[in-house]
Design a protein around this ligand. Structure first.
Ligand SMILES: C[S@@+](CC[C@H](N)C(=O)[O-])C[C@H]1O[C@@H](n2cnc3c(N)ncnc32)[C@H](O)[C@@H]1O
Length: 488
């Protein structure tokens, strides 16, 4: 039987929230100690072409990785890229979840965007496999489409499948949706708006996404409580969400917390989704037997004290170059469009310290010792992390250069991508877009053997004088450093 992903491979992306680092952070905030990240054994189920697993393996040489996908064409691509990148710590299997020759004892199991894309029986087999291969203290990630957010998308999907009369490959899905929208009577404004929202989303994404999401036979968004219950039947217990800001009770109306007070994890999460209208979930699980052995219970709230032992990175920069030492001053910090006003003296000190090393991180214990402020600092920075999204918490420190060295070296996998094409992933496993073609050229050439003058000779900016070229290369290197793409 032909495989849908052999015929049309899926999009090939990295997801920061799927990195074992993030899983370990969420675990800690939920009172669970995950295995060490830097030396972990990591499995990705439904890894596609390796867009997620390959950059992680490249940035974590002390860890080992296994990818499984039943699409032989996608696995061939992943293997070829691993070979080109010289990655010895990653293995790929072209196999089903049930049939893959996997040993047990994975510290982290990743599964992005598969659960809703397979029939119910495969979904159950997938959770059973996850539970059986996960190490006792390990953490698993599964992301999937959910209701109620997907109800309006299902209307668009049913129409697109009806209109195309086949399963894949409508190049003009947005136009097909627009045709219908133009004919829907004005009094059905909600239905019209829903179709328009899907048309906009489709216009922004890749054809493979549209085909496998809106035209494929298998696409089964569910209520999150139902998915959590299925995972529980397989021996997995819900731990938290990989993007805590998306589901945290701390950010919702108090009435929601009150209503959820007597609910278990699955129902409480379902309540959150009804309130937020969620369409996608990134659920983390641990083994139920291990949760019982540890006496662990799902915490309704994240634990700020978990910052101790973690690392913090910040994109916030102080608006004024000189810090005001006045205890009652209010300082403004900016990250892109976001402006944050901070009054607490110790939090201001901490944010300035983080701004000096950005995009690298600082260990919480060093940061807290230097900034002072004790538990008030913990609360201030935890709240800033939760509310602004401009701070990141980490359990792992990748190799990262804040400024270019004499012989700058870029993240090896990003360098390969810069030369061959495809999405670029930085040291934090975030996808980044470069502002100009010359920056991509510099990235491709920055292998740690060339000075900036030698890099200037290697790039093809024929419209620039030699001096302008060196200046453009230096500027490009600063951009690469700010985007966490330099390791030396
Ligand atoms: C929607 S794609 C997601 C790919 C990738 N994880 C991502 O998010 O970009 C679903 C993937 O699951 C794989 N898959 C589906 N059913 C499978 C099964 N029973 N065993 C192994 N892989 C399967 C498909 O081949 C496909 O690559």
């Amino acid at each position: 039987m032909s495989d849908a992903y052999d015929e049309l491979p899926y999009t090939d992306h990295a997801y920061a929230e799927v990195h074992p680092d993030r899983l370990a952070v969420v675990a800690r905030l939920s009172g669970w100690t995950a295995p060490a990240v830097a030396t972990a054994r990591v499995l990705e189920l439904g890894c596609g072409r390796g867009g997620n697993l390959l950059p992680i393996s490249s940035a974590m040489p002390g860890a080992s990785f296994v990818g499984v996908d039943q699409s032989a064409r996608q696995i061939d691509e992943a293997r070829a890229l691993a070979g080109a990148a010289g990655l010895a710590n990653v293995t790929f299997h072209a196999a089903t979840f049930e049939g893959a020759p996997l040993e047990h004892g994975f510290d982290f199991v990743l599964c992005h965007g598969v659960v809703s894309w397979v029939p119910a029986a495969t979904r159950r087999a997938l959770f059973a496999k996850m539970a059986s291969v996960l190490a006792p203290g390990g953490v698993a990630h599964a992301s999937f489409n959910v209701l109620p957010g997907w109800y309006e998308r299902l209307a668009a999907r049913d129409w697109l499948r009806f209109a195309s009369g086949h399963e894949r490959g409508s190049a003009d899905a947005a136009a097909t949706l627009d045709w219908l929208r133009a004919r829907v009577p004005p009094e059905r404004a909600g239905y019209k708006d829903g179709l328009a929202a899907v048309a906009r989303r489709i216009a922004e994404t890749e054809p493979a996404y549209v085909a496998h999401e809106y035209l494929a036979r298998e696409q089964h968004p569910e209520l999150v409580a139902r998915v959590i219950a299925e995972a529980e039947e397989a021996g997995l217990t819900y731990l938290g969400d990989a993007i805590p800001q998306a589901t945290a009770f701390e950010l919702l109306d108090d009435a929601v917390t009150t209503r959820a007070a007597a609910m278990g994890a699955a129902d409480a999460q379902q309540l959150v989704d009804f309130v937020t209208g969620a369409s996608f979930r990134r659920a983390l699980f641990v083994r139920t037997d291990e949760a019982s052995a540890r006496g662990w219970r799902w915490p309704r709230r994240l634990d700020p004290a978990a910052l101790a032992g973690l690392r913090v990175a910040s994109r916030l920069q102080p608006e004024a170059p000189d810090a005001s030492a006045a205890a009652d001053a209010v300082e403004r910090f900016r990250a892109g469009e976001l402006t944050v006003e901070i009054a607490d003296l110790h939090a201001r000190r901490a944010l300035r310290a983080l701004a000096r090393v950005t995009p690298a991180s600082l260990g919480w214990d060093d940061l807290a010792r230097d900034a002072g402020g004790g538990s008030a600092l913990t609360t201030e920075l935890f709240d800033a992390w939760l509310a602004t999204g401009a701070l990141d918490l980490h359990a792992f420190a990748p190799k990262l250069a804040t400024f270019p060295s004499r012989h700058p070296r870029a993240c090896p996998f990003a360098r390969l991508r810069a030369a061959r094409g495809g999405a670029l992933t930085n040291a934090w496993h975030q996808e980044v877009v470069l502002p100009a073609p010359i920056v991509r050229e510099v990235l491709a050439c920055a292998d740690g053997t060339r000075t900036d003058e030698e890099l200037a000779a290697a790039v093809t900016a024929s419209n620039l004088t030699p001096a302008e070229r060196v200046a453009a290369v230096r500027k490009s290197l600063l951009i690469l450093a700010s985007l966490a793409l330099l390791v030396d």
